[in-house]
Design a protein around this ligand. Structure first.
Ligand code: NOJ
Length: 742
């Protein structure tokens, strides 16, 4: 009881705070509209706006939701939103009921997981982040928004801003990897892509900052697991991508499944109100994750659904996804004085304001009316998807076998060689496997069908009868083997945690057999997560990380293996040496007993006994068919004012024989600080294209505000002091420059 009382006191404060935040004219107009409407609404109707349901025919993205009479609850004003409906006509039909048959005609908002494309499926998000091409990532979200709006969906549950360095967690495929600086750039770009400049336009959709917060830090990589870390660590390494998505104007956010400092996110007022709204300035609405309000009962912090709803409402969580505790208990909670009507009004106005900003009150049917034939799968967008896929792929090793020579005969083997569904990865939105250009198809088009001898060879986790023999027969007829192995789409995304992150045995057996017969083997590795690739690196002549590359994956693979394009992707997640190192990330702290390198293999140092500290492939790593040389690093501002800008230049030369693209990465290290700092941190990057022999001087500008960090009192600011800096093609670059903030 005491807990409920305190919560209620908190709510009064909460209302005062959230109305105090700075609103744009557009937001103010939306809130004014919402406030007028709220005056006409019954308490039940207001709570109805806070309830999201799914329907019996919708895509299933969680455990069974409460089944209910969809139409009846729309008519009664007991629902404000639906998720995962896959049919345009169905959305338009339900909208019609809402607008024409409910008392106040308030339109519904339809949400869907459009994560890396709608119809055209782009590479999974982790893959795309390896392009380091922020404009391309923004454009992929723009294309997704245009296609999505045509389906009738108004709102995507993306971007996923969760930093993670744990490849056991399958959801790393949905994020931007391990680095907060790059992650922040990507999350903001994604929001801009979805929402455009005008949320009310009929080709923009609402974005959703998720999963708030720290969902990527679940213990031992197990999905939905406990998150426990210091606030200092959270602010330094996990918060930046959420913050930048909010700053980019995302109008919704999603609470995460996990607890945070002992309180489940959906009932965590510090997260959802104090941090998200008061500190970050978020003014939209927050939806819970799927059933996450009710799951507070299972977490053991609420006795029943009613208490869970009470905690969530008082924590400033606007919308209950699926379970239904809000509509079931909301009125009772108000009548009993456990949640104030003022709180309900606030929660409701934030939902109505987003509907207003999407233009739904003006025209509830403006989404889903477009001619889908014209909007979907546009040729220029497919071409763009092909380019993004190629830029996302990372060449991990190559003894010269790639690029392939013209006229070469290729044995194409492996469960991912002709796997239209798997190459799309997890969360395919409205994607269709039937539209996939598979690796087989891409290679046949590029090299001629007669030059491609295909054999599946193995399933993902089990051998197929005669599979190896068939693969060997194909290989005998060929000059080189392309072996497309890795993980299936079912091993990527939500609820796909793994304790072993090696290529499954059945597929390794294929590699062994092919290698033994003496053929050159190129591994095309399809996956949504970082993996332990020691075996493949040792045995294969080259390893190209193709990821789950989306609709156009096969064409992109053909572009790269043929040498029509030069690989240019760089890892955004370290590939561990072995799973025992996990989580392994480049920006770890130094410790009081650092091991300087393998040669310092002494006792009493921070090291493993039989294993290196370093991952097999570091953050930022990626090869090309040419070579880039970085030289002449100059710190143009050896002394900088506390509010100044650090300027650094470096010469980059393409010293190889082919044109190519590289990602120049700038890292700094804060030498002495109040709290321990990472060994190095990414603070700038640029994708560059250089012709063979071409040289360029790059100039980086880093505002000193980018060097801010979390102090003992949890304040976040920049200090005076000395820093090292370096620029190169991966996170192992030497930091030879120095500057001082005075
Ligand atoms: C659960 C997932 O965690 C979340 O990311 C997704 O948006 C919702 N389900 C809705 O499908």
């Amino acid at each position: 009881m005491k807990r409920l009382f305190l919560a209620l006191v908190g709510v009064a404060v909460m209302m005062a705070c959230s109305t105090a935040s700075q609103l744009s004219d557009e937001e103010q107009k939306a809130y004014d509209f919402a406030d007028e409407l709220i005056k006409k609404m019954t308490l039940r109707e207001k709570i109805g706006q806070l309830q999201q349901f799914t329907t019996r025919t919708a895509a299933i993205t969680g455990p069974d939701g409460v089944k209910r009479d969809t139409e009846e609850c729309i008519r009664n004003g007991e629902v404000g939103s639906f998720l995962s409906i896959r049919k345009t006509e169905e959305m338009l039909r339900l909208q019609k009921i809402a607008v024409e048959e409910s008392r106040l005609g308030i339109p519904l908002i339809f949400g869907y997981d459009i994560i890396h494309g709608c119809r055209i499926t782009f590479p999974e998000n982790l893959a795309m982040s390896c392009s380091w091409d922020i404009d391309a990532i923004e454009h992929s979200a723009r294309v997704a928004a245009i296609e999505t709006a045509a389906t009738g969906i108004h709102w995507t549950f993306s971007p996923m801003c969760d930093i993670s360095a744990d490849p056991r967690w399958g959801r790393v495929s949905e994020g931007a990897g391990e680095d907060p600086y790059l992650g922040a750039a990507i999350s903001a770009a994604t929001v801009r892509g979805y929402q455009g400049n005008d949320l009310a336009a009929d080709n923009t959709i609402a974005a959703c900052v998720k999963h708030f917060a720290a969902y990527g830090a679940g213990q031992a990589g197990r999905d939905y697991h406990t998150v426990d870390m210091s606030e200092l660590m959270f602010r330094d390494r996990f918060l930046p991508p959420y913050r930048s998505a909010v700053e980019a104007g995302a109008v919704t956010a999603m609470s995460s499944f996990n607890d945070f400092m002992g309180v489940p996110a959906s009932g965590n007022k510090w997260l959802l109100h104090t941090l998200l709204r008061e500190e970050l300035g978020f003014t939209g609405f927050v939806v819970s994750d799927y059933n996450a309000v009710h799951e507070m009962v299972k977490h053991g912090t609420a006795a029943d659904g009613k208490e869970a709803a009470c905690q969530a409402m008082n924590a400033h969580l606007n919308m209950d996804m699926v379970y239904g505790d809000y509509i079931k208990y909301g009125e009772e909670l108000v009548k009993e004085g456990k949640v104030s009507e003022k709180s309900i009004n606030q929660l409701c106005r934030e939902v109505l304001a987003v509907k207003y900003r999407l233009g739904l009150f003006e025209d509830p049917f403006k989404y889903g009316r477009q001619n889908q034939e014209e909007v979907m799968y546009r040729a220029e967008n497919l071409q763009f998807a092909r380019e993004v896929a190629a830029k996302s792929m990372v060449l991990l090793s190559n003894n010269g076998v790639l690029p392939l020579k013209e006229g070469v005969k290729i044995a194409l083997v492996g469960p991912l060689a002709d796997a239209p569904r798997d190459q799309l990865g997890a969360w395919i939105g409205w994607g269709e496997a039937g539209r996939s250009v598979t690796i087989r198809k891409g290679l046949e088009e590029r090299f001629g069908a007669k030059n491609i001898i295909y054999a599946k060879g193995s399933d993902f986790r089990a051998p197929i009868k005669g599979g190896i023999e068939e693969a060997l027969r194909a290989a005998r007829k060929a000059d080189v083997v392309l072996l497309a192995i890795g993980l299936s789409y079912k091993e990527s995304g939500e609820a796909t945690s793994l304790t072993e992150i090696t290529v499954p045995e059945a597929q390794q057996a294929l590699l062994d057999a092919l290698k033994k017969m003496g053929k050159r083997v190129v591994v095309l590795l399809g996956t949504g997560r970082a993996m332990d690739l020691r075996n493949e690196i040792e045995k294969a002549d080259a390893v190209l990380l193709t990821w789950h590359g989306g609709t156009m994956e096969g064409a992109a693979v053909a572009d790269l293996v043929s040498g029509d394009k030069n690989p240019s992707g760089h890892l955004t997640m370290s590939f561990p040496y072995c799973v025992g190192q996990v989580p392994v990330h480049y920006n770890n702290k130094i410790t009081g007993r650092p091991r300087k390198g393998p040669e310092h293999d002494k006792k009493y140092l921070s090291r493993y006994m039989y294993t290196p500290n370093e991952p097999l492939f570091a953050f930022g790593y990626g090869l090309s068919y040419t070579e880039f040389d970085y030289s002449d690093l100059q710190v143009l501002t050896p002394e900088v004012a506390l509010d100044g800008v650090v300027k650094v230049s470096v010469k980059v030369k393409n010293v190889g024989k082919r044109d190519g693209e590289d990602v120049a990465q700038l890292y700094v290290r804060d030498l002495v600080a109040e709290t321990t700092r990472p060994m190095r941190e990414l603070k700038g990057f640029e994708r560059i294209a250089l012709k063979a022999g071409e040289e360029r001087v790059l100039e980086f500008e880093i505002p000193t505000s980018e060097l801010a960090y979390c102090h003992q009192d949890l304040s976040f600011h920049t200090d005076k002091g000395e820093f090292l800096v370096g620029v190169g093609a991966d996170s192992n670059v030497e930091l030879t420059g120095k500057f001082t903030i005075k």
